[in-house]
Design a protein around this ligand. Sequence first.
Ligand code: NDP
Ligand SMILES: Nc1nc2c(ncn2[C@@H]2O[C@H](COP(=O)(O)O)[C@@H](O)[C@H]2O)c(=O)[nH]1
Length: 325
Amino acid sequence: MDIFDYDNVLLLPRRCRVDSRSECDTAVEFGGRRFHLPVVPANMKTVLDAPLAAWLAANGYFYVMHRFDLDNVAFARSMRAQGLFVSISSGVKPADMAVVDQLAAEGVGADYITIDIAHGHADSVRRMIEHIKAKLPNTFVIAGNVGTPEAVIDLEAWGADATKIGIGPGKVCITRLKTGFGTGGWQLSALKWCARVATKPMIADGGIRHHGDIAKSVRFGAAMVMIGSLFAGHAESPGQTVEVDGQLYKEYYGSASDFNKGEYRHVEGKRILEPVKGQLADTLREMREDLQSSISYAGGTRLQDIRRVNYVILGGDNAGEHLLM
Ligand SMILES: NC(=O)C1=CN([C@@H]2O[C@H](COP(=O)(O)OP(=O)(O)OC[C@H]3O[C@@H](n4cnc5c(N)ncnc54)[C@H](OP(=O)(O)O)[C@@H]3O)[C@@H](O)[C@H]2O)C=CC1
Ligand SMILES: Nc1nc2c(ncn2[C@@H]2O[C@H](COP(=O)(O)O)[C@@H](O)[C@H]2O)c(=O)[nH]1
């Protein structure tokens, strides 16, 4: 198996089929809805909050609300009141099951539920999927996080409608240092490995440092790409603003950090400062333009055309050209 990551793979251009990049369509269908981009801000407290979730939903973008210090049912009610789709995160504890029960009992429901725990290849996730499917059979269930084909096979067999791939590639992640496990450093090839067996959509989660990494994720099988650090630090981002030597930064911390947990137990995340960026809408516009360009380099007009390109691995033992025959 080739081992590579975002920073040592490049995609190879094919003959252009458009006269303008504006002819390239970045839209994606995911869970029965169509979104402008195959991109979703990470479900983290310093990346999005309820107003940002509502803005994303109202403007044609996918979102997954985080699950920390939040009343999921109240959030779902408020999105419904605005006529917007509901996409929440869940753990696997009795309180999380009770949220599902309440959403069902009140008839609020949820369009998407992302079961999001550190080690998603677990019986607790199987039980949670079964619980959601029993109480809210029309909800699209995303389950994770995992990093192996065996896990993807199991989650799909247990009823997940999509899987989320990435153990430890995140910018504020310290899982590989603390535990010795993960896909950090080879996330893109882990995605490729999982794509061999996946029969349902996969979300590539973590490790995106440049807009071109979105196209690379799509090339290796992602239907959707979850991004934390690139979205943290915007004017609208919920992280606290901090001034250092006259420079403005916003905090970005891991969901398994002591900053998020409020205590130092089972810590697998850290806090960093992201330079303050500008408006989120401007970043999304630039991402869309860059992805339109990626599609044109792929010789296509639609997102899926990126899947057909060849690629090279730069440097190291796995270096070489990989051609689709
Ligand atoms: N993508 C990644 O690499 C990682 C992401 N995270 C993120 O941090 C957040 C908090 O995650 P998490 O701590 O799982 O959430 P929770 O604190 O909600 O824990 C979920 C449940 O899973 C159990 N659990 C957690 N880790 C393991 C494990 N390694 N083996 C067996 N059981 C486990 C917990 O029990 P107990 O605490 O008693 O073990 C708890 O019952 C999530 O958003 C998650 O996605 C965290 C780490 C890695
Ligand atoms: N190991 C940990 N991973 C975490 C933690 N909090 C979030 N995450 C994961 O990171 C991505 C975002 O990655 P980025 O490279 O785009 O910044 C996020 O979606 C989670 O999967 C954590 O505390 N520990």
